[in-house]
Design a protein around this ligand. Structure first.
Ligand code: SF4
Length: 346
């Protein structure tokens, strides 16, 4: 994407549906006050209405009676002794709970955030999928995960939408959240530092391609064969591999952004030479690099973690077949950092 287009995304106004705008309207004060409040919350990271000193005191009191500056409550925060990863369990105002993760890699500080409470897609290797779907998160609830983690840890430099839920089954809210994250009145992050992960929801990919936000996409593939993938990820019956490939090619052409393929390596299941070759072929077709992730054992023990040597061997097969492949090592092994595990335990 051109620099001009980047600039455009950084100057776009904050989205309209934010509850603060509604409350400001209800109170009957001029609309520009909503923008001031939103700037205080998202850009200046205010922790209370008292800090918003350029707002009239009566307005601050009226707002404080109706809305919370920090709508997410930290129920649990666990930090890994091994790699400094922090896993958060948040409670939403309606009592539902979601998870988010803060990861540090040198100067890069990444927030891995959720987009739904639970998930309807029931991928067999996923703890979140086991609990079913409860509801979508709003744009504000998505962004407040980042703000809450920043308060507990440090300022975030990148965002991955890889927590609980299928982001592209809540595409409007995800787009709204990205607008807050990239707006100069919001968190002011570069959209190049934002990656949305999807299991391959074709209409969602198209919707994102047509939207004004341009971010990196990660496709969670996990098997290059339709039959096997449908067993692991039932969503594949609806959106088979070849349909997702076409949608991703269109996305790359429309956005100019990177697409990557995420591949959870499961012991004795999806790591043969045939898998490596078929995976490399798919990656080549969409011009994607491959990220290999060692399977996190889900607590019923059906999917086992391969040895590090096996993962390296598989990576070498993928590379020999012509794809660019890296291994992402599991983070937070000592703190149940796999998606949905902390919530399931609580
Ligand atoms: S892996 Fe992602 S899409 Fe699949 S069930 Fe878990 S949260 Fe949903």
């Amino acid at each position: 994407m051109s620099t001009a287009a980047n600039k455009q995304s950084a100057t776009r106004a904050l989205p309209n549906p934010d509850p603060i705008r509604r409350v400001v309207q209800e109170i009957g004060v001029p609309a520009y006050r909503a923008r001031q409040v939103l700037r205080w919350i998202y850009n200046r990271r205010a922790q209370s209405f008292d800090e918003m000193t350029d707002l009239p005191a009566e307005l601050r009191t009226a707002l404080a009676e109706r809305i919370a500056v920090q709508p997410l409550k930290i129920v649990k925060m666990q930090t890994s002794q091994i790699d400094d990863t922090s896993k958060f369990l948040f409670e939403l105002p309606d009592g539902n709970r979601i998870e988010s993760v803060f990861l540090r890699d040198g100067r890069r500080k990444t927030a891995c955030i959720s987009t739904q409470v639970g998930c309807a897609l029931a991928c067999r290797f996923c703890a979140t999928g086991k609990g079913g779907f409860i509801r979508d998160l709003s744009p504000a609830e998505i962004v407040h995960q980042v703000l809450a983690m920043e308060r507990a840890r440090e300022r975030v430099t990148s965002i991955v939408f890889m927590g609980m839920g299928e982001a592209l089954l809540n595409t409007d809210a995800v787009i709204g959240a990205i607008e807050i994250l990239t707006s100069k009145d919001g968190l002011g992050l570069s959209s190049r530092r934002i990656t949305v992960s999807t299991s391959g929801i074709v209409p969602g990919i198209k919707h994102l391609a047509e939207s004004p936000v341009k971010v990196n996409l990660a496709w969670s593939l996990n098997s290059p064969f339709n039959d096997e993938r449908s067993t692991l990820m039932p969503v594949n019956k609806r959106y088979p591999i070849e349909h997702v490939i076409e949608a991703l090619k269109d996305y790359t052409a429309a956005s100019g952004r990177e697409v990557s393929v995420e591949y959870i390596v499961i012991k004795k299941l999806n790591m043969s030479r045939d898998h490596a070759e078929a995976l490399a072929e798919i990656a080549g077709e969409i011009g994607a690099k491959v990220n290999l992730i060692s399977c996190n054992p889900v607590e019923d023990g059906r999917f086992a973690t391969p040895s590090p040597e096996d993962v390296v061997r598989f990576r070498n097969h993928v590379k020999a077949a012509g794809a660019f492949a890296t291994i992402r090592f599991r983070r937070g092994r000592d703190i149940a950092a796999a998606c949905g595990q902390l919530r399931a335990r609580s």
